[in-house]
Design a protein. Sequence first.
Length: 336
Amino acid sequence: MPVLPDTLMKVGSAILLAVACGPAAATAGDIVITHAKGETVLKATPRKVAVYDLATLDILNALGVNAVAGVPKGTEGKGNFPPYISKYGDARYQNVGTLFEPDLAALKALGPDLIVVGGRSSRKYADVNAIAPTIDMSSAEKDLAAVTIANTRKLGSAFGVSDRAEKRVVAFETLLSSLHAEAAGAGTGLLLFAAGDGMAVHAPGDRFGHVYDFAGIRPAVPAAEPTPPGPRPAAGSPEAEAARKQRQDTLAAGLASDPTWIFVIDRNAATGNGASGNGETIAARLGANADVTATTAWKAGRVIYLDPKTWYLVGAGIDALSQSARETLAALRAGK
């Protein structure tokens, strides 16, 4: 069947319209940022940025970038920032929602020229990208130091401060080299993650298993089995009970391995509770656990309490992880 001329005209018009409405191709001088959702092209260095990713906030602060205008402060308008970036709780920074839920009305009122999501906020990418160009700084990479270095360079390039970024990267890499050299002869490490009234071992491959690689210490436990995909089992279900029993067995086995060092991340302290449901601090809870106090690590005072907000809230921030590396290095040296 022949194609009519008017049909050809309609098809041609549709193609032109699609090209006109599609993403603009990058040209010389544009800033192209590759991220978890693809590429974002900016015509100029961002001057007003809304940041939902605390690692990005850490890096921009470390690089002296003054473009941040909106941050997540939550319903109370205070935010939960580590002390070294507590200034972002000030009134001059617009409250644009929470780490999980952007306030779209506040975003529109702010009118940013760039929005940054990552981790907890990444699932809202499409919603905020409809308001302004957005990048997703999430990463599936398990090497936290490598993510930090890559993101520092990426943000340094995007904001025109690549020289500053490279200096920070070199200093960070030098610090990590010293840490890993010290940890190589420090024996084994075991990471304990405390949440609520519970406590669990995180092995390599678990959510916070990257602590072992970051510190450069030999894990006291084997790598974790991959977690099956899907939602968590319902509370009270046989599956939930089986998971609880497995955590208990893994904790007992990890402590029985008699680690040289114990590393601790306390979620309660990260989220502002500071204590378990019955009011105990993490140190008191560990001291009340006979399996913990029987370890060589506990007896020798070789327990490193990792900064909870750094590890639970911030993650791949170059300032946060540099400080954590310095503190861990000092602890390893003192514990010889």
